[in-house]
Design a protein around this ligand. Structure first.
Ligand SMILES: [Zn+2]
Ligand SMILES: [Zn+2]
Length: 400
């Protein structure tokens, strides 16, 4: 490992910052105090700050020399609506809210990098450190972009990172191309005709229609999707009916679709609509089909990923680079940034949970678990990766 010495010397302070953020978790778009803490630190370190992008989003602008080249690094700041089970000193003080995804750590690693970059300035150009709100489902990355992030802060590429529990602490891993899935929700309402259950011939039974549609939808992944592509179509709720002797009037089905590419997503949405409409028509029922695209697939750009791999090797050594990372069906709103800018998103191993202090909950140290805690050992590793990446990026010839 080749960690940056002054960052290692700053570890104790970073740990304090991370724990302060952990103990004061704020939900999506409510990251007022977290954003204030970030802005205050950046200001204290002499870094100009842009506030209020996408609501509570913050960008620090670290400029040096005369080059017009620029790179962006992004962290997320929001917590989850979850009651923490840990009882150690830095547990959440906010009832029902918890940093159970490690965004406290992501924010702190980027602050650590910003601190070093502002003090040492071994680069020529601009490093934008982006602290976004609302990653957990509410699209804070998109909100910052809609507020002009890339116009106000023109950058050649943008990079992101997420901790990954289970993977060896401090190892870095990446997948070139699709790495995380698109996340989408659907809701189907079937309008039939209710009747006495003893007179089914007087009804148009929406439950029978729902069952037929549910069955047929399961052929979309198995029969319409290329076996080389991956996709998930899960029906997670079916609601209908109120009694044993009533054929209900309507039924509804809700669920999620995940894909790694937009063409596969387009195809699945189209086939779901066709199957629902035609099946309902065959039974003289009608349907209302709603399909909501939340996060697009996260697709790492090949050139930037190769560059990032070089930096990973430099910082954590050949053996510290995870070769077994697989794409995941989870989703991540950094995907919006990668649709507009080239870049790369990596995982940093959070370890097996052995780092947790006594007083941790009895659950596993997994993301979105009430017994989770970010591993503070990663702070200087992540910060060193960011600094090395920014310095190498700005001193190499443009990648494109
Ligand atoms: Zn999360
Ligand atoms: Zn997360």
């Amino acid at each position: 490992m080749k960690l940056i010495e002054p960052i290692l010397e700053f570890h104790a302070e970073l740990k304090q910052i991370r724990r302060a953020i952990h103990s004061n978790p704020e939900l999506s778009y409510e990251e007022v105090q977290t954003a204030e803490l970030v802005a205050q630190k950046l200001t204290d370190w002499g870094i100009p700050v842009i506030r209020g992008l996408g609501g509570t989003g913050i960008v620090g602008v670290i400029k040096n020399g005369t080059s017009s080249r620029a790179v962006g690094i992004r962290a997320d700041m929001d917590a989850l609506p979850l009651q923490e089970h840990n009882t150690f000193a830095h547990r959440s003080k906010n009832e029902g809210k918890m940093h159970a995804c490690g965004h406290d750590g992501h924010t702190t690693m980027l602050l650590g990098a910003a601190h070093y970059l502002s003090k040492h300035r071994n680069f020529d150009g601009t490093v934008y450190v982006i602290f976004q709100p609302a990653e957990e489902g509410a699209g804070g990355a998109k909100a910052m972009m809609d507020d002009g992030l890339f116009e106000q802060c023109p950058m050649e590429a943008v990079f992101g990172m997420h901790n990954w529990p289970g993977a060896k602490a401090g190892c870095l891993g990446v997948v070139s191309g699709p790495m995380m899935a698109s996340s989408n929700e659907f809701e189907l309402t079937i309008q039939g005709k209710g009747s006495h259950a003893a007179q089914p011939h007087m009804s148009i039974d929406p439950i029978m229609v729902a069952v037929q549609i549910a069955q047929s939808w399961q052929t979309i992944v198995s029969r319409n999707t290329s076996p080389i592509d991956s996709a998930v179509l899960s029906i997670t709720q079916i609601h209908s009916g109120s009694a044993t002797n009533i054929v209900p009037d309507s039924a509804s089905m809700i669920g999620t679709v995940r894909t790694f590419t937009i063409p596969v997503l387009d195809m699945i949405e189209t086939r779901m609509r066709e199957i629902a409409e035609h099946t309902a028509a065959a039974f003289n029922a009608s349907v209302k089909f709603q399909f909501r695209r939340n996060y697009p697939p996260l697709i790492n750009h090949v050139i930037e990923t190769e560059f990032a791999k070089g930096v990973m090797k430099e910082v954590v050594g050949e053996r510290g680079v995870l070769t077994s990372v697989e794409p995941t069906m989870g989703s991540e709103d950094f995907a919006f940034m990668l649709l507009e800018k080239p870049g790369c998103y990596v995982f940093i191993g959070n370890g097996d949970g052995g780092h947790r202090e006594s007083g941790h909950g009895l659950g596993p140290c997994n993301l979105h678990n009430p017994s989770y805690d970010f591993n503070d050992d990663l702070l200087p590793i992540g910060a060193s990766y960011w600094v090395t990446l920014a310095e190498r990026f700005l001193s190499s010839p443009p990648l494109r």
